[in-house]
Design a protein around this ligand. Structure first.
Ligand SMILES: *[C@@H]1O[C@H](CO)[C@@H](O)[C@H](O)[C@H]1NC(C)=O
Ligand SMILES: *[C@@H]1O[C@H](CO)[C@@H](O)[C@H](O)[C@H]1NC(C)=O
Ligand SMILES: *[C@@H]1O[C@H](CO)[C@@H](O)[C@H](O)[C@H]1NC(C)=O
Ligand SMILES: *[C@@H]1O[C@H](CO)[C@@H](O)[C@H](O)[C@H]1NC(C)=O
Ligand SMILES: *[C@@H]1O[C@H](CO)[C@@H](O)[C@H](O)[C@H]1NC(C)=O
Ligand SMILES: *[C@@H]1O[C@H](CO)[C@@H](O)[C@H](O)[C@H]1NC(C)=O
Ligand SMILES: *[C@@H]1O[C@H](CO)[C@@H](O)[C@H](O)[C@H]1NC(C)=O
Ligand SMILES: *[C@@H]1O[C@H](CO)[C@@H](O)[C@H](O)[C@H]1NC(C)=O
Ligand SMILES: *[C@@H]1O[C@H](CO)[C@@H](O)[C@H](O)[C@H]1NC(C)=O
Ligand SMILES: *[C@@H]1O[C@H](CO)[C@@H](O)[C@H](O)[C@H]1NC(C)=O
Length: 481
């Protein structure tokens, strides 16, 4: 990460610390303060809290960094309101409010709490959570304020990435502006709960990438997210809370997820020998991760050339744009839906499920009920299981265009896309024909072939035999349902 995290740019992301005097303690109590130059250190010695200046900046910020790597700042208090000198004092008021004061006693930053305490304690935990709680109450659920609820650009083990409706919290990542300026940058990575929840990475208001919905095993768009020896992970989705989390399995391993200034989320692991962070995984990973690259009803496939194809049964909305790799307007149905009982579904396998922001879901329906529910609503265009662990459960429905589908080699999932019954019939006839050993020309309707080969476009031409050109048809992986 280029901003607070210097993996590749270690020396650039240097943090200059004025003479440091560490408290023996990991905490301050009511009335106590930390001045610029003083720090507190978590009990296990992993993290340090105090004043610092990022990169080449001369501004002073209160933050938390790894003791082993002072350049690796994981949380900042006064991100948007830096001090311009070393007169800052971080104080805990008797009511339990953390306040950062400048030398004229102006409040530069404060922890916004809704409750007050009798005997507050502000403690830096070894998890890197900075917590204000009642001194005699160790239960984190009772904490009146915690830095974990106000993430910056880093997600650490044990943090909750998502929302808590009961507490009115929305915990998401925001990139730094630059290595020298930790104020909020252009990129946010946020849980979106408008339909079935998914993580959405935006540049300003523009969606760049989506994780896809959680499918019980992983996010639909993260086929590489698998059980591993380094960290466990999961997704909690109930009445009050929706969040993703991870935990480190071996406490001596240091790992975190950072949203860097270029809008790339990176999972990094500390390598002691080289004294540096190594990239474990990152996202977006490739072109097909670009949100809606192939437009509505398109399917992005890194293995195909060009990368965008229309879903079977759909054709480019503007064929000439499509040919020139302008896929933005996507694909439209070759045959209109009938709706009044005349529609069927085609199954597409191994895909990243489309954008779920306009989806509908039911956790207890099975696939058959799901299909029937979709058929009953003329604007329903596709369905799938919600949870693919075990034998599959739950129902997810889409309405309108299917946006941002991509094809995976493994760990993708099934989606059933609504089609006119006659379309399904033709595709199946053609499919059977093209799968047969017999290389005779198919016996059905030439118009369908014309459409299926995209008007015999050169893109789909495989070669020319004695009987004329041989075309490839983009009919893969589907079944009638
Ligand atoms: C900070 O604490 C010291 C004692 O440790 C005290 O002398 C000083 O006045 C305090 N500063 C503020 C701004 O409260
Ligand atoms: C710091 O900011 C204050 C208020 O904006 C200003 O009066 C002062 O001159 C600045 N000091 C430095 C060293 O820039
Ligand atoms: C101290 O902070 C207050 C409130 O943020 C601000 O109005 C004032 O200009 C600051 N003073 C200096 C010298 O930075
Ligand atoms: C403090 O929190 C309340 C309630 O969440 C909110 O309305 C208010 O805007 C916050 N104030 C600041 C300065 O962030
Ligand atoms: C983010 O958006 C800004 C403003 O629209 C643009 O200049 C920049 O190139 C975008 N960055 C990326 C990585 O897409
Ligand atoms: C934990 O990691 C450390 C250092 O990476 C290694 O020496 C140790 O064997 C690991 N422990 C387990 C239980 O895997
Ligand atoms: C072929 O596709 C066009 C749209 O490109 C559509 O209007 C037409 O009905 C299709 N014909 C057949 C027989 O599929
Ligand atoms: C979800 O599906 C179950 C099982 O079919 C049904 O009993 C329940 O009413 C459905 N809930 C909603 C909100 O549709
Ligand atoms: C179909 O589903 C849409 C989206 O959920 C909804 O607005 C509409 O009322 C439904 N129509 C019927 C007939 O149920
Ligand atoms: C195929 O070609 C015909 C005639 O040139 C044109 O009208 C039609 O829009 C084309 N369809 C596709 C899918 O390219």
């Amino acid at each position: 990460m280029e901003s607070c995290l210097p993996i590749l740019l270690h020396s650039l992301c240097f943090v200059s610390l004025v003479l440091q005097i560490s408290y023996a303690s990991d905490s301050i109590s009511a009335g106590q303060n930390i001045t610029d130059g003083q720090t507190i250190v978590s009990a296990g010695g992993n993290f340090q809290l105090g004043f610092f200046s990022p990169g080449n900046s001369k501004n002073r910020y209160v933050g938390i960094w790894y003791k082993i790597s002072a350049g690796t700042v994981v949380w900042i208090a006064n991100q948007e309101n830096p001090l311009n000198d070393s007169s800052g004092v971080l104080k805990l008021t008797p009511q339990g409010v953390l306040t950062l004061l400048n030398h004229t006693d102006g409040i530069v930053w404060f922890s916004n709490v809704s409750r007050s305490t009798q005997n507050p304690l502000a403690q830096l935990l070894d998890s890197v959570n900075f917590v204000v709680r009642e001194a005699n109450d160790n239960d984190l659920d009772d904490a009146i304020w915690q830095s974990f609820d106000h993430p910056c650009n880093s997600l650490l083990a044990g943090m909750k990435f998502g929302i808590d409706r009961a507490k009115g919290l929305d915990r998401y990542l925001t990139s730094w502006k630059s290595v020298d300026d930790p104020s909020p940058g252009d990129f946010t990575y946020k849980l979106d709960s408008s339909g079935y929840p998914q993580l959405i990475l935006r540049n300003g208001s523009v969606v760049q990438f989506r994780s896809g919905p959680w499918n019980g095993l992983r996010f639909s768009g993260f086929p590489q997210l698998k059980p591993n020896p380094v960290y466990s992970f999961g997704f909690v989705f109930n009445q009050n809370e929706i969040y993703y989390y991870f935990n480190i399995l071996n406490s001596s391993v240091r790992q975190m997820l950072v949203l860097n200034d270029n809008g790339i989320s990176q999972r990094l692991t500390w390598v002691d020998r080289t004294h540096d962070w190594r990239l474990y995984a990152s996202g977006p990973t490739d072109e097909c991760d670009t949100y809606a690259l192939c437009g509505g009803n398109g399917n992005c496939n890194m293995a195909s050339s060009p990368k965008c194809v229309c879903l079977t049964g759909f054709v480019p909305k503007y064929p000439s744009d499509w040919e020139s790799m302008d896929w933005l307007n996507g694909c439209v149905r070759r045959m209109e839906l009938n709706c009044q009982g005349g529609d069927k579904f085609l199954k597409f396998t191994n895909v990243k499920l489309p954008d779920t922001r306009l989806s509908w879901f039911n956790k207890s329906m099975n696939l058959q009920e799901c299909k029937q529910t979709c058929l009953r609503n003329c604007s329903c265009t596709a369905y799938s299981n919600l949870d693919i662990s075990g034998r599959g459960s739950g129902c997810l429905l889409w309405f309108g265009e299917l946006m941002d589908i991509r094809q995976f080699d493994e760990n993708g999932q099934d989606i059933y896309v609504r089609m006119a019954a006659s379309e399904v019939g033709k595709i199946l006839a053609f499919s059977r024909q093209s799968h047969s050993e017999d290389l005779e020309l198919p016996l059905f309707d030439i118009i369908t072939i014309v459409n299926a080969t995209n008007n015999f476009s050169d893109n789909n031409k495989l070669g020319e035999g004695g009987f004329g050109a041989v075309y490839k048809v983009t009919i893969v992986n589907f079944l009638e349902l």
